[in-house]
Structure formats: structure tokens, C-alpha cells
Write a protein of this length. Structure first.
Lengths: 449, 128, 489
């Protein structure tokens, strides 16, 4: 089925108005020798019911929290999404609009983005936030570039405990820009090494990037690092891969961060195999002209009525072209809207409650698992809702045992950290009941053969 | 369009007022009108060296951005401190309150390359 | 004339923060079933200031009212040129919301994500067949992200050859993202002028051993097929350069011609334009990239391979540029595009382009007597007029605002930059003849009004809840967030 409404008669009449003999005539500027000689080789078209059956077949081949007890985190989280989020964000007026260029008929999108920017400032403790980025990883790369712009320096120090895919994204963005990237090691507590930071930090450093919580779930102790970074004139970039943590842990803005970026997926956005999610990007007011991406600002209309517009656009590619702060041209508007609705529903009380539940359940799981023979906690620093476990047996064997019992038990870490043989990352959210956790613990403890 | 007789002009639409070895620089009425409502101005620091033909500042409107080029080489001795907080002054008073910087000129002979009011008027007519 | 714009009842609505009352709640969670834990005090934040406390019904009314201030494709005709605002089939949404697709975690083991991997693999195959490129990556999150990916692939290829080269050629009609992406790859941008079409001679004159690539849009932003494209590609290749194509306008070419057959080396798709995924108020979309065989090794991670009877992640790709985001692409968008292509099939896709081109040419024929058409050549899926024929001192922006009063979303305005006061109209294939006629009638009426009563244009829009905004005020004193007013003592 094609979504084209014209009748044969419509087409005849329209061609007549155009003065063309045939549809083919309309394409005559395309040289015949490069036109397709054959039909595209695609599977036969499906009706709506057939295509839904096909998609159901594919959906059935995937494991999810509806088919398995899931303890997967690592940058994408299984949080509860209230029904209101799906209902409101499905509204066509939001979903089928484009970038709010014509402000008079886009006030819905614009005000919602203004609210999103405000919410991001509130939870990060920062002064200005943009209308969202693609995801946490690309936001992290853009933050490094912004730090370089602000300081006119090229050296970025990155914690090895920052999400490995954020680090990889950062490296790709920087590889053709003559930037120097230096890894900072993590210590035996699972925190970024202060000694290593001091060894590499100097007056050529543009920025220092830390995960908060980091990839191991560890809540980095940022407060003492910030003055060291600022003393060298560098920017402290804090990357929040699990935004639900901000309901409980200190706001990065209160700890001296200059740029706070992160992933908003935890705020009402489904995991969807890793995307689309919503990156957020928050800065100090004085640096707002260096921020990448769209910004919405408050103003008034001709009659003095409060309203919102895209603003400070001269930073962007459609005006400044090769001198723009970024090549980004869109945002993840509908995902940012999901986060806005979610945070509005939860409010300050709900966000705290979700965070406390995550932390409490993870602490319970941590204690229970570490009591099982053959499983230990390699890191001692405080964590939020995920933590690293080291197994005495091969991790593949552990995962296989869990999978055969309907459990997605965690993320093996050796892929990302070659030295972390038989380590895996376990995440517990408000979606995991005590029973889920107890079954995970029992299954881990079933005798190894 | 106002083009004061006592000023000199560049092809990039800056005006220059010469007083001994100090010149005052701003953008012309034509420039402010083409840009539209000016919303942001970036100026160099006092003491900065500027080179003829090189950008020393930026003016931005809602939908356009333009570098401002130094008409001559020299050192910035004063900047219009009012502008960053009231950039709209460039729209309302481009030749007076909207001045941008004062530069101490290295070589006064450089000024000979600039246009006088008549030449600038002609230049604008030919540009269209 | 049948006028569809009326003044409906539009409700005012405060900011969500201004509804807040201490103690109101809009959510519920199960009781905590484990002992409550706490963090050390120095890590724990105080109460969050300013976050709203509102009830569920307030949230629902708030966003429902906000939505009523928006105009979407589902509200009416949305001829925003270069953005392909076609109808977004609802079945796409139903498909993407299936639990097995919406709730799957990106780190689910491959054996337990075969359905998701099959969708990615098959979508890549289908996009390959449509475009002629032997390798596709669905990694990038948007068109501009795809451009960056594609240009990085080009740079990595040249580096592997021993010289990354210095320059990228970009015609003056290009989207602003093109130069911005090239610069992120460390290239210097050389702008080349075109007169409607880009001339192969002009390209050849700029080519030397330091040109890494030409970035071209085809059909270009004037809606014209670059008729010298084959010669242009040859001229670039002759000096060892590569040709990047911005695929924003692929909706004109489905089943008609394959960009790879034209000599193009790299192209990105916009699934939110050509393949009907919703624009979402500015995203998310997806920007898959197709490349020639020699460039495949440089595509970003991750890649999927079809083994005998299962799909696997290909991890051994030493020349890959790396990754430009986390995880496997905007999978939720990929599901929608997959659903769309499966429903249309080869015939449906071809008909899509044919009807998109028919509609654009019909609008052109109806409006040409009334609006100045700067480029007369046969156009494809969109047509660009200028403001030249507007009278009474009216500009493109005034006509655009007046269209709103008539009940239409305005076309793209002031782009491409080569046309003064450009009015860029892209109707897409999903509009009926009646809706297109209503739009044309309104455009013709507006041209007449500019002569007889220009104030109607300059005042417009008058039927919207808010009027034209003071953009200068917003930019001079940026207010980018709501701040709780200090309590008066």
C-alpha cells in the first residue's frame, strides 16, 4: 500500500495543467542512461495486518523485561514509564510537527522545550540547557569540543571509568581535529584516580571528563577535583549516563561542573535497543553562546503576550555554516518531550522516590550477591543503581546459567576493559522486585559443575 | 541613508573618524540596516593589537552574523562599554552612540586607502 | 475560495512550574520491598528546588493545551521544502511500540536479539537496493550526523591512501550542515557557485590533488536534478576525490534512479523525510549512510553480519572510524522505516516519487503566473519561487505569515540563499489534489492581497493564539529557563 491519494482522473487532470504528456515526462531531466532499467528488488508489499504480523514475529525473537528478569544497565535503563507519557507524546500535534521555525504555530513545542531546558537546569544545578542532543555519547563529544572552544586548548583528559561508548564516540569526533586525548586510570575503589589526574592536568588542558555515576555505577567524588581543574583554567565536564541518579546524588552544578551532559533515557524513554534517546547539555549562563544545538528563549509577541522562540541561532550551522558551534541541525524533540512529561509527573518527590528505590534495591542486591560463594565486589566506592561483580568462574558460564533460567544477569566487562576478566555489571531499578533479586542471587549460587 | 561627510569608509561598511592618531570605528547606517535588529556585539579588549583587514569584532542580528574588520592597523585604546548591554544602539545611532572601538594608529598613511563620503555613496550604488 | 483557517477557541496555559502546589503528586510506585538504603551525607543532594508538584490531570491538560498550539502534518498541509513533511502512517507507531521492539535493551546478547538484528540487517539491504550502494550503516541519528559519518569515512579513506587532503568543495545552494560537517573532519571549505545547476566544468576547475570530496545535493535544493552529475563525479574522481551526496531529496528518486549509479561514493538518507517517520517537533530521525564497496571497511561500529542461520555483530573491523554515538542507531526510527518500506514495496516506492514530483510540478504550474520563478528548468519534488512579485513592500516572511491565517503551514523561506526571499515548496506525495488546490488558491490570493491591501500580510498572522514574536528581545536578553521568583519578605 502506498499512501498516495490521487485517482487516475486526478493524475490526468494535473498533467494537463502542467502541460506534460505523462508522468515519465516529468523526469525527463534525468538522463535515460542512469535511470533504473528494472524494478527495485524488494519483497512484495504487505497490507497493514500482514506487516504487523511480520513485526510481531520479529518482536517475539527479542528478550525484554517482559520475557526475562533483566538486570541490564550500562547507559540504558529499565525504568517504569507512566501511561500518561505515551498518551501525551503520541499526540499528532507534537509528533508530526517539525522544527518550530514558525513560532506562531509551534508554541506547544517551544514552550515544552523551554520547560525541558528548565527541568534539566534544575536537576543538574546548571544555568542554561539546550533543547537536547542525539544521546549522551554524542553530547559528551560535543562537550569536549565546547571545552576546547572556550579555552582555545586541545587536550582533553577522560576518565577510563567514563562509559566506554562515550569515550569511543569522543575519540571519533576528535580524531580529525588535532585534539589530544589522554585516559585517566581508575583506582581500586572504582573511582577516577586523583594521582593520575594531577599528573596530567596542566595549563594546556581544555577539559576533564568524568562519569557521574561512572560506568561502574560509582558516584565519583567530584567536589575536591573541581578546584584542581579550574586552577589550570580547564573546564570540568560531568557526564551523567544514569539521569535517575540525580534524584539522590548532589547536582553536578553544585560541585563545580562547567558543563554537564548526559543521557535522558531514564526519564520516560523506552530502551528501544539503544535509541532514540535524548542527550542533555547544560552550561553556565556566561558560556551560552558557545553551546551547540538549539535553544528556546522567552519573549513577547506584538501584543505583549508571553511566548517562546528559537534563539541565539547565529551559533548554528544554517547561519554560520562552517563557523558554527556544531553541525547539529535537529534535536531529539519528541524524546525530550517524553522527559518533560515524565519529570512533570514525578516532580521533586517522585524523582527522589525513584532514586531511593533504585539505590536501595541495588544495595540489597549487592549485599546478597557478595554473600554468595564465588562472587565478590571488586570496588568499594559508593554506587547508585549498578555495581561490578567479579566471578570465580568464567563469566560466559554465569551468563548462560542465568539466561537458561530466564535472567538477563548483567553486562560482561571484558569487552570494554581487557583486564576485567570475569567481571560483570549488574543494574537494579525500581522495576526489579525483591523476588527478582532473590531469584538472581539463588541462580548465581546454584552449584557450579 | 545617512553618510556623514566628515567620516571615511571601508568596503566592508565600517566608518572611521580620524582625530590626530586616534581613529574611532563603527559600522555604517547601511550595514546596520542590512543586518536588522542587532542583538549582540563582541569587541576586543583594550590593549589588543588589530591588523588592517582582519576581523576585530562581531555584530549579530537575529538571523545574521557579521565580522567587523579593522580599517587600519594599531592598538585598541578604548572600547564602547555600553554596547554589550545595549547592542540596539548600533541600530538607532550607528555613527555616534553606536561607535565600537578607538584605535591608536601605527601609520597614518594607511588611512589614504579609505573612501570619503562621496566615494562610499558611489560604492553603495554600484553594489546593488 | 474555500478558506480553512478560522479563529478557534485557544486556551491559555501557564508553565508547568507555575501550577506547582506543595504536596501534589502525579505518579505512583510500589512500596519499597527491601530495606531503605542511604548514601553518605556528602554525596546526597538537598531537596530539588523548583521541580513541579502537580497532579496527573494537570499534566494531561497542560500538554494537551500546549499541543493545540502546534501545527503538524496531521493538522493540515505542511509544504516545508527540503523537509519532506509527508503523512506518517500510524501503523509505524503501532509497530515501534511492540514490547519486543520498544523494551529490548541494547546489551541484550545477540542470541536473544535476533529479531532486532534482523530488522537492522534487512533495512540496510533494502536501502542498499533503493540507492545502489553495496554497504549501508544505520548508525547515525540524523541527517547531519550521517553527513559527519560519511565525511569521516571519506577522510579515513584518504588517510589510508596516504594523504587526507585539505579541501572540500561545496556548492552555494547546499544546506548549512554540509560545511559544518566538513569542518568537523578537519577540512577547509571551498564554496563553488552554481547557476541552478552545478556545471561539471566549474567543478573540474576547482579540482586538484588536495580536494578530498565534493559535497552535492541531488536533486539540489532548488528541486533540480543535477543533469551533469555523471560528468561531475567523473571530474572529481579524475583527481582522486570522492563525491558525497546529501540525500535529503531522495523522495524524488525512489525507484527512478540509484545515486550509486550516478557515480556518487557516499550518501546519507533521512528516514524522517523519505521514509515517513514522524519529525517529532525536530527529531528524533535517523540518517543511515550508504557507501561504495571500497569505503565499507571505514563504516562506523557496530556492523551486523548474516551468518548461516543467525545474525552476529562484526567486531573485527580495524579500519572502522569508530562510533559517533552509543549503541546501535535510532532503532525505534529504523523499525518505523522498515514497516513503511515493507508496506510500499517496489511499486509503492516508485509511485511515491512519481506523485511527489507530479504534485510539485502542479503547484509550480498553478503559481508560476503569480510568483516569480527564478529557475525555469523542469523541477522534481519541490519548487522554489522568489519574493519578487510581491507588491506593497511585502516580503516572503509576510506571505508566509499570511498563509498561516489561511490554515496552512508556510513553505521553507529564505533558503536556498541563492534566491532572494526564497519560497521553497515541497508538497510530498500524500496530499490530495483538493488540499493542494486550496493551498494554491491561498497563495494566489496572498499575491493579490499584497497589491490591494498589504497590511493584511504585514499584520499576519492574526488568527493564531499568539502573534509575531519579538525575536530581537529574546536574543538580546536571553531567558532560557524559568526561575522561581524570590519570596518577598
Amino acid at each position: 500500500m502506498a499512501f498516495t491519494p490521487h485517482t487516475d482522473n486526478d493524475i490526468v487532470q494535473m498533467l494537463k495543467v502542467i502541460g506534460a504528456n505523462s508522468i515519465d515526462d516529468l523526469f525527463k531531466e534525468i538522463p535515460a542512461e542512469v535511470r533504473n532499467k528494472k524494478d527495485l528488488k524488494l519483497e512484495a508489499p504487505l497490507s497493514e495486518s500482514e506487516v504487523l504480523r511480520e513485526l510481531q514475529r520479529l518482536a517475539n525473537r527479542n528478550a525484554t523485561p517482559e520475557t526475562h528478569r533483566s538486570f541490564l544497565g550500562g547507559g540504558t535503563y529499565n525504568h517504569f514509564i507512566p501511561a500518561v507519557v505515551d498518551f501525551l507524546t503520541s499526540r499528532s500535534e507534537f509528533a508530526t510537527a517539525y522544527t518550530p521555525y514558525q513560532s506562531e504555530i509551534s508554541q506547544g513545542t517551544l514552550q515544552a522545550i523551554f520547560e525541558f531546558q528548565t527541568l534539566i537546569c534544575q536537576i543538574t544545578g546548571m544555568e542554561a540547557a539546550n533543547a537536547s542532543m542525539y544521546d549522551g555519547a554524542s553530547a559528551c563529544a560535543e562537550a569536549a569540543l565546547m571545552a576546547a572552544r572556550l579555552t582555545r586548548r586541545k587536550k582533553i583528559l577522560t576518565s577510563r571509568a567514563l562509559h566506554p561508548e562515550y569515550r569511543e564516540t569522543l575519540a571519533t569526533y576528535c580524531r580529525f581535529l588535532e585534539m589530544e586525548l589522554i585516559d585517566l586510570s581508575f583506582n581500586k575503589n572504582g573511582e577516577t584516580s586523583l594521582e593520575d589526574l594531577q599528573a596530567h592536568l596542566d595549563d594546556q588542558t581544555a577539559g576533564v571528563i568524568l562519569g557521574y555515576p561512572n560506568f561502574f555505577g560509582v558516584i565519583e567524588n567530584i567536589a575536591p577535583l573541581a578546584p584542581l581543574v579550574h586552577d589550570q583554567g580547564a573546564k570540568l565536564v560531568v557526564a551523567v549516563q544514569e539521569a535517575a541518579s540525580l534524584g539522590l546524588i548532589k547536582a553536578p552544578g553544585a560541585l563545580g561542573a562547567d558543563i554537564v551532559i548526559g543521557e535522558g533515557q531514564s526519564f520516560g524513554i523506552p530502551p528501544a535497543f539503544g535509541g532514540p534517546h535524548a542527550g542533555f547539555f547544560a552550561v553556565r549562563q556566561k558560556d551560552v553562546r558557545s553551546i551547540p544545538g538549539r535553544l528556546v528563549g522567552e519573549t513577547v509577541d506584538q501584543e505583549g503576550k508571553r511566548g517562546y522562540v528559537l534563539t541565539l541561532s547565529t551559533r548554528e550551522q544554517h547561519i554560520r555554516r562552517e563557523k558554527a558551534t556544531s553541525n547539529i541541525c535537529s534535536n531529539h524533540g519528541l524524546c525530550a518531550l517524553r522527559a518533560t512529561v515524565y519529570l512533570s509527573l514525578l516532580g521533586k518527590d517522585g524523582l527522589r522516590t525513584v532514586a531511593v528505590q533504585n539505590h536501595s534495591k541495588a544495595e540489597y542486591a549487592k549485599q546478597q550477591i557478595s554473600a554468595v560463594d564465588g562472587f565478590t565486589l571488586p570496588f568499594s566506592a559508593p554506587t547508585f543503581n549498578e555495581f561490578v561483580i567479579e566471578a570465580k568462574e568464567p563469566v560466559e558460564q554465569v551468563m548462560a546459567r542465568l539466561e537458561s533460567n530466564g535472567i538477563l544477569g548483567g553486562i560482561p566487562l571484558q569487552t570494554f576493559y581487557p583486564e576485567m576478566e570475569n567481571h560483570f555489571l549488574v543494574c537494579v531499578t525500581e522495576q526489579n522486585s525483591r523476588e527478582d533479586i532473590d531469584i538472581l542471587v539463588q541462580t548465581l549460587g546454584t552449584s557450579r559443575t | 541613508m545617512e553618510i556623514p561627510e566628515e567620516l571615511k569608509f571601508t568596503e566592508d561598511h565600517e566608518w572611521v573618524l580620524v582625530e590626530d592618531d586616534i581613529v574611532t570605528v563603527g559600522i555604517t547606517d547601511f550595514a546596520q540596516e542590512s543586518l536588522g535588529d542587532i542583538v549582540f556585539v563582541e569587541l576586543p579588549n583594550v590593549g589588543a593589537k588589530v591588523d588592517a583587514g582582519k576581523a576585530f569584532g562581531v555584530v549579530e542580528s537575529v538571523k545574521a552574523v557579521s565580522d567587523v574588520y579593522a580599517p587600519i592597523s594599531g592598538q585598541v585604546v578604548e572600547i564602547n562599554e555600553e554596547l554589550p548591554d545595549a547592542p540596539e544602539v548600533i541600530n538607532t545611532s550607528p555613527y555616534e552612540d553606536g561607535w565600537m572601538v578607538k584605535i591608536k594608529v601605527e601609520d597614518l598613511a594607511d588611512l589614504d586607502d579609505l573612501m570619503d563620503a562621496n566615494a562610499y555613496q558611489e560604492f553603495l550604488e554600484n553594489e546593488d | 475560495m474555500n478558506e480553512i483557517g478560522t479563529r478557534g477557541l485557544a486556551l491559555n496555559e501557564k508553565l508547568i512550574f507555575e501550577h506547582s502546589r506543595t504536596g501534589r503528586r502525579g505518579f505512583s510506585l510500589p512500596e519499597l520491598d527491601v530495606p531503605e538504603a542511604s548514601l553518605p551525607g556528602e554525596l546526597t543532594r538537598d531537596e530539588m528546588d523548583g521541580l513541579p508538584e502537580v497532579s496527573e490531570v494537570e499534566v494531561v491538560r497542560h500538554f494537551t493545551r500546549l499541543s493545540s498550539w502546534n501545527y503538524g502534518v496531521d493538522s493540515g498541509f505542511y509544504p516545508l521544502g527540503s523537509c519532506t513533511m509527508k503523512y506518517n502512517p500510524k501503523v509505524n507507531e503501532t509497530a515501534a511500540q511492540k514490547a519486543g521492539l520498544a523494551l529490548i535493551h541494547p546489551y541484550t546478547p545477540a542470541a536473544l536479539s535476533q529479531g532486532a538484528m534482523e530488522i537492522i540487517y534487512k533495512l540496510e539491504q533494502m536501502l542498499g537496493e533503493i540507492s545502489g550502494f553495496p554497504a549501508i550503516t544505520v548508525h547515525p541519528a540524523a541527517g547531519a550526523h550521517g553527513e559527519l559519518t560519511g565525511m569521516m569515512v571519506i577522510r579515513a579513506f584518504h588517510e589510508k591512501q596516504g594523504n587526507p587532503r585539505r579541501k572540500v568543495l561545496i556548492p552555494d545552494t547546499a544546506h548549512g550542515t554540509n560545511p559544518a560537517s566538513a569542518v568537523l573532519c578537519g577540512y577547509e571549505v571551498v564554496s563553488i557557485s552554481s547557476d541552478g545547476y552545478l556545471a561539471a566544468e566549474e567543478v573540474a576547475a576547482h579540482m586538484d590533488d588536495e580536494v578530498a570530496a565534493l559535497m552535492i545535493t541531488n536533486p539540489n535544493t532548488l528541486g533540480l536534478f543535477e543533469k551533469e552529475i555523471v560528468e561531475i563525479c567523473a571530474a572529481v574522481h579524475a583527481k582522486g576525490g570522492l563525491v558525497y551526496c546529501d540525500g535529503a531529496n531522495m523522495n524524488a528518486l525512489l525507484g527512478v534512479c540509484k545515486p550509486a549509479d550516478l557515480g556518487i561514493d557516499v550518501m546519507h538518507f533521512n528516514l524522517h523525510k523519505t521514509f515517513s517517520t514522524p519529525h517529532g517537533g525536530g527529531g528524533p530521525g535517523a540518517g543511515p549512510v550508504g557507501v561504495t564497496k571500497e569505503l565499507e571497511p571505514f563504516l562506523p561500529h557496530p556492523r551486523i553480519q548474516l551468518k548461516k542461520d543467525h545474525y552476529a555483530w562484526d567486531v573485527n573491523r580495524p579500519d572502522a572510524i569508530g562510533r559517533l554515538r552509543a549503541f546501535h542507531g535510532n532503532f525505534g526510527i529504523l523499525v518505523r522505516a522498515y514497516t513503511y518500506i515493507r508496506m510500499l514495496g517496489a511499486d509503492g516506492l516508485r509511485r511515491t516519487s512519481e506523485m511527489a514530483v507530479l504534485n510539485a510540478n502542479y503547484i509550480r504550474a498553478r503559481l508560476e503566473p503569480h510568483y516569480h520563478l527564478p529557475y525555469k528548468q523542469r523541477s522534481l519534488h519541490e519548487v522554489v519561487f522568489s519574493e519578487q512579485n510581491l507588491k506593497g513592500g511585502c516580503h516572503t516572511m509576510d506571505a508566509a505569515k499570511r498563509l498561516i491565517d489561511y490554515g496552512f503551514h508556510p513553505p521553507t523561506v529564505y533558503f536556498p540563499l541563492v534566491v532572494k526571499g526564497a519560497i521553497m515548496i515541497e508538497p510530498t506525495e500524500t496530499e490530495t489534489r483538493e488540499s493542494i488546490d486550496e493551498f494554491c488558491d491561498a497563495m494566489i490570493q496572498i499575491a493579490k492581497e499584497s497589491e490591494e491591501n498589504p497590511a493584511l500580510l504585514k499584520m499576519a498572522p492574526v488568527k493564531t493564539r499568539t502573534r509575531r514574536m519579538d525575536e530581537a528581545l529574546a536574543a538580546r536578553k536571553p531567558k532560557l529557563r524559568w526561575v522561581k521568583e524570590e519570596k518577598k519578605n
